[in-house]
Ligand binder design. Structure first.
Ligand SMILES: C[S@@+](CC[C@H](N)C(=O)[O-])C[C@H]1O[C@@H](n2cnc3c(N)ncnc32)[C@H](O)[C@@H]1O
Length: 507
């Protein structure tokens, strides 16, 4: 268990205020993985295996990002009463059918409107929606702002629930499209969430999915994502209230004010409601930001990822950038810098100036903060740009999203890019941004190839179309626990995955 100083700072005060006992339960996992670094010859020839090194990389848990897509199935509970056969429930629970126009939007900025058509986050538009939800409680109509960083629309029906609600009822209501606004004990909500997750994972639908083998790796991938998406949608039906100052008005709730401010921006608006999985994601992200992610290629120094910014938790690709022979010590571009980790590695390797770009406001802030923490602000300039900054450089590095599939939420844009826009944009712009004799370093996992989503020939053809030649390729094979887990539906593809640094030259 990690120290939780940041989160629990004033939790004791809050617990006293709420007359509650107990402790905050914020857990993070860390485990070690071996990564094998392998350098191979030109891309068109068989790989060479000289220069083998093995190393340990600290791998951290993925943020608890969830993907939810709410669908409406009408409101069967409106007439029949909310609890059905639930004998443990004594008091009636109010609910509202807000499907008929009672959900309204103060500022219409749903997920699709909050992103440019090219799949990148629109500039200056906050991720949090300003949508309003409405429900009935104690005979009164209540409203609150709806918060969903993954772009989930507001639930169409809401019932108030507490610790008396059995998991079977919660699961059934979630399946029917009814969200549960929690008024009980915070830790009780966490337990209910865990129980719901278990029920979903062991349910007949999942068993049927497991029994019917997928016809192809691509089908296995799409099925897997569908199942994850459904799971996230159901779990996202468990809602928690947030006060205007981001306090949680529930017994035994942690102090999440800092975590919320980091994701949502400064407090001070109206009370709001979010899903418990989203809240847990914010808490996890806050802890990662506070503790940082250790980067062996930075001599063990850490980068501190901000909420929603791609984090080098599976950092084997960073080693490729640390090992590849540098064509310059003068200037490099880092396209799509995220936390700024690759820019920092290049600067630490002695490159005098690195211009790091990103389109995401959170990434830009995060990269600047990390450069400052590492004492590299003088050498790393972080600029907002769509792909390239103006000018040319002798080295251009890019680690674009590697899976050509539709992201299920805005938080997945760093991994999924359905039309490979960033990859193609990087390749097609490279010759125009390299100085003579310069190199472009493309970092790309071949997972998409093993999933049948993008053949290797397509990548090689894209190099040729962009006027690029492969000078060399360095490969690294991740050995994180998931790659070795035979029960993972994508095990075959994950076990075969190799991440490469392609050294590309013009001509
Ligand atoms: C896979 S992440 C890589 C982050 C970082 N370079 C690393 O290796 O950890 C891709 C990054 O590219 C950024 N990005 C996506 N499209 C972009 C574009 N058109 N121009 C600049 N950055 C972009 C994303 O915001 C994200 O930070």
């Amino acid at each position: 268990m990690h120290s939780q100083a940041g989160l629990v700072k004033s939790a004791a005060v809050q617990r006293r205020r709420q007359g509650a006992r107990g402790c905050v339960d914020v857990r993070l996992r860390r485990d070690c993985v071996n990564v094998r670094l392998r350098r191979v010859g030109p891309a068109t020839t068989a790989p060479r295996t000289n220069d083998d090194t093995s190393r340990h990389i600290q791998r951290s848990a993925e943020h608890h990002h969830t993907v939810t897509q709410v669908t409406s199935t009408g409101n069967p509970l409106a007439q029949t009463g909310p609890y059905g056969k639930d004998r443990r429930t004594r008091r009636p629970v109010q609910h509202a059918d807000i499907a008929r126009g009672t959900v309204h939007t103060a500022h219409p900025c749903g997920a699709s409107e909050r992103h440019k058509s090219n799949g990148t986050r629109a500039k200056g538009v906050p991720l949090s929606t300003q949508q309003v939800i409405e429900w009935t409680e104690d005979g009164r109509t209540r409203t609150a702002h709806w918060r969903s960083e993954n772009g989930t629309p507001p639930p169409r029906r809401i019932e108030v629930a507490d610790d008396r609600m059995p998991v079977a009822t919660a699961h059934r209501l979630a399946c029917e499209g009814t969200a549960l606004l929690w008024r009980g004990d915070y830790q009780g909500a966490r337990q209910l969430l865990t129980a719901m997750a278990r029920r979903i994972d062991r349910g007949p639908r999942r068993a049927k999915e497991r029994r019917a083998p997928a016809a192809s790796p691509a089908e296995a991938f799409h099925r897997h994502r569908q199942a994850r998406s459904r799971r996230a949608r159901l779990l996202g039906m468990l809602l928690v209230p947030l006060d205007a100052d981001f306090g949680i008005p529930l017994r035994r709730a942690p102090d999440v004010r800092q975590a919320c401010a980091e994701a949502y921006g400064p407090a001070g608006g109206d009370p709001s409601v979010t899903s418990l999985p989203e809240l847990l994601g914010l808490i996890g992200a806050h802890e990662w930001r506070r503790k940082g992610v250790k980067v062996p290629a930075l001599g063990g120094d850490r980068v501190h990822p901000h909420y929603g910014v791609f984090s080098p938790v599976r950092g084997e690709y960073v080693d490729l950038v640390a090992e590849a022979p540098l064509p310059t010590h003068e200037l490099a571009f880092d396209i799509g810098t995220g936390t700024g980790v690759l820019a920092a590695v290049l600067a630490r390797r002695g490159i005098q100036r690195v211009v790091a770009t990103d389109q995401d406001a959170r990434a830009l802030g995060c990269a600047r903060e990390n450069a400052a923490r590492l004492g590299l602000s003088e050498r790393i300039e972080v600029v907002e740009a769509d792909l390239y900054p103006p000018g040319r450089a002798p080295l251009v590095v890019c680690n674009p999203p590697w899976v050509p599939a539709r992201p299920s939420s805005p938080l997945e844009y760093a991994v999924y890019d359905p039309s490979s826009r960033m990859l193609r944009g990087f390749l097609n712009g490279l010759t125009g941004h390299l100085t003579p004799g310069g190199e472009g370093w493309l970092i790309l996992s071949d997972l998409a190839e093993h999933l049948g989503l993008r053949p290797r020939a397509e990548l090689l053809a894209a190099f040729a179309t962009a006027g690029l030649t492969v000078a060399d390729r360095l490969d690294i094979r991740p050995t994180h626990p998931r790659a070795a887990d035979p029960t993972d539906p994508l095990h075959t593809a994950r076990a075969a995955e190799v991440t490469s640094l392609w050294r590309l030259t013009a001509g």
